[in-house]
Ligand binder design. Sequence first.
Ligand code: ADP
Ligand code: MG
Length: 269
Amino acid sequence: MNSVAISACQISASIGNHLILQGVDLQLPAGRWTSIVGPNGAGKSTLLKVLAGLLPGASVQGEVQLLGRPLAQIPARERARQFAWLGQNEGSADDLSSYDVAMLGRLPHQAWLASPSAADHAAVEQALRTTQAWDWRHRPLSQLSGGERQRVLLARALAVQAQVLLMDEPLANLDPPHQTDWLHTMRALVDAGGTVVSVLHEVSLALQADNMVVMAAGRVLHQGACDAPDTHAALEQVFDHRIHVRHLDGMWMALPSIHRHNKTREIDA
Ligand code: ADP
Ligand code: MG
């Protein structure tokens, strides 16, 4: 599939009089997983919010299109069915049970004040089982560890069964086995035709996506395939050559580059 799920044309965004994104052009292919990487403060979270239509229109210039339609012309409720969202450090109603939190993902599918349908319950069960959160479905969010909580919030996003899944640092607090599970879940979603966009700090995991967007200082420096040499070069450059991309065990990985002067300091200490 080569169609474009989300396109952004000449996006600028400001908060107050602080310009946060400048002249961003993007084409995110449908049925693919794209990861967005870059240093802290590069504008990744802001860009993701612009793509989801979550920043007030007044602070954004340029146009975002979802499957060829301007986002601004898609009614809010339809947009909420098309985009599933998992925000960074997201708060949620802490006294709700995990099950009810996941059920919030079904709101855009439900008629006003209607009770959840069998399809809603099925979607919630499937999502909670996928993130292995089913066992604590009766427990309130406030009683879960950070990683357990994150898996419930991921289940809420999966329960939307949206065309496009947007996630900001979804691996926060997840232990390595659950990071691996997450990777398999993303791959299964794109294999089923979904479009996944994730902001990730874990560069080695970000390299397992299909495509990568490299950002710095409010701009997109590069977008390309995760296995392309020019993507690796952009990645090493944006992180000041403090990482090296290497092929290990059939995968591209980002390894820390240890410089000689660091060694000297270690010996001194
Ligand atoms: P990233 O997710 O890449 O770390 P963000 O998109 O969160 O970056 O932020 C980009 C820049 O915008 C940062 O310099 C940040 O300080 C600034 N910024 C983000 N949100 C706000 C806000 N609400 N008010 C003022 N500045 C903000
Ligand atoms: Mg961020």
